[in-house]
Design a protein around this ligand. Structure first.
Ligand SMILES: *Cc1c(COP(=O)(O)O)cnc(C)c1O
Length: 388
């Protein structure tokens, strides 16, 4: 054992350079620390990145999605079709605006909303589809918007993990070559671009952007020196300049981060090829190097085999931890949470998602990792699954 292998490897780690830390200091000393010029500058950079579309920033991805739903006019009595394999926030915001989440099963290979099953879930109450791009792999965006247009539905893309993911050669959120409605990103600490906490919404019209801006700050519109109007119930979810300046610096690293993630992922695939793991039932992600930003590298464990041996995902996570490898679960099935069970949702209604929810495992992947780290992870997983 080398010395290096005794160092704990987390499943992810933010990459904040010294220039960013210095820039944060500058904002803190500037006399203006909440939403101001840095937030506006960050929004301008993001808008340019998304092909000139209007962008507004928020305090977090959850608030961003909730504002998106409100901008789309979704509320009580409306149904929103989504996936049960996501961070619970995706479904929580649908409940928060008074609407009803309708969970559709996922595709076993992409682990994303199965678009083949969406049409059967559409009712006269359906107002929107809210897909999630798990680990940065988008759904078939063309197909998604075909369905949405055919049934006159809004689309709120939960692209929390998909900054830098691509469709038809453009970043997700850009509408140059693809239809695109409301697209929500998160800048939480684990995401490919972070502002510690934060998010942004990409929209289609200035009217939507003005409404989004009001909704993030009490519904207030200011004019002149002393004029103020409130014509809609807004909340408080603005992004501070301290957070925004981190985002500005992170934007400069985006292309680099994407490359590093891609290279590490390629190494994962080549290391897995040298093992028997896939033959023994381990499911790897789709090796997509065109669309995905490789926000995470997730495997699906052979859960039935594990169960027969009296083991579970947590047994494997413990074994990996003993070998100094951190892992994560993204995500447990939303409909098996007490709140959702009490609302009448059943895990067995989405059987593919149910299986993935109990057997998906996130392996370490972040730009500061080395190829040697990747090798360590694959060897450790091979060891942990030895009996399987
Ligand atoms: C991170 C994440 C969110 C929520 O973003 P926050 O910034 O943590 O509020 C929502 N959906 C998905 C898929 C996410 O990964």
């Amino acid at each position: 054992m080398t010395n290096q292998s005794s160092v704990f490897l987390p499943f992810t780690k933010p990459n904040i350079d010294e220039a960013t830390i210095a820039a944060v200091g500058d904002v803190l000393r500037s006399g203006w620390i909440t939403t101001g010029p840095k937030c506006a500058e960050f929004e301008k950079l993001l808008s340019a990145y998304f092909g000139g579309r209007p962008v507004r920033c928020f305090a977090n991805g959850t608030a961003t999605m909730e504002v998106a739903l409100r901008v789309a006019g979704i509320g009580p009595g409306d149904e929103v079709i989504t996936t049960p394999i996501s961070w619970v926030s995706t479904a929580n915001v649908i409940l928060a605006v008074g609407a009803t989440p309708v969970f559709v099963d996922v595709d076993p290979l992409t682990r994303n909303l199965d678009l083949n099953l969406v049409e059967a879930a559409i009712t006269p109450l359906t107002k929107a589809i809210m897909p999630v791009y798990l680990s940065g792999l988008p759904v078939d965006i063309d197909r998604l918007y075909q369905i949405a247009h055919h049934y006159h539905l809004r689309v709120i893309e939960d692209a929390a993990q998909a900054l830098g993911s691509m469709w038809r050669g453009d970043p997700i959120g850009s509408s140059r070559n693809t239809p695109s409605d409301l697209v929500s990103f998160s800048f939480q600490a684990n995401k490919n671009l972070t502002t510690i906490e934060g998010g942004c919404l990409v929209m289609s019209t200035e009217e939507e952007a003005i409404l989004a801006q009001k909704l993030r700050l009490q519904g207030v519109t200011r004019s002149g020196f002393d004029q103020m109007e409130v014509d809609v119930l807004g909340g408080k979810s603005n992004l501070t300049d301290v957070n925004a300046v981190i985002g500005i610096h992170q934007m400069q690293q985006l292309a680099n981060v994407a490359n590093q993630r891609k290279e590490l992922t390629k190494h994962y695939f080549s290391c897995f090829e040298k093992t028997h793991l896939v033959r023994n039932g381990l499911e790897l992600p789709i090796p997509d190097f065109i669309h995905s930003n490789w926000h995470m590298f997730q495997v699906v464990l052979p859960i039935e085999k594990l169960k027969r041996l009296g083991m579970s995902r947590s047994t494997i996570m413990q074994k990996l931890k003993d070998m100094q490898i951190g892992t994560g679960v993204h995500y447990p099935l939303i409909t098996q949470f007490k709140l959702y069970k009490e609302l009448g949702y059943l895990a067995k209604d989405t059987p593919v998602a149910q299986r993935i929810g109990e057997s998906i495992l996130t392996l370490p992947l972040f730009p500061l990792m080395s190829n040697t780290d990747v090798e360590r992870v694959v060897i450790a997983l091979d060891t942990a699954l030895l009996e399987v």
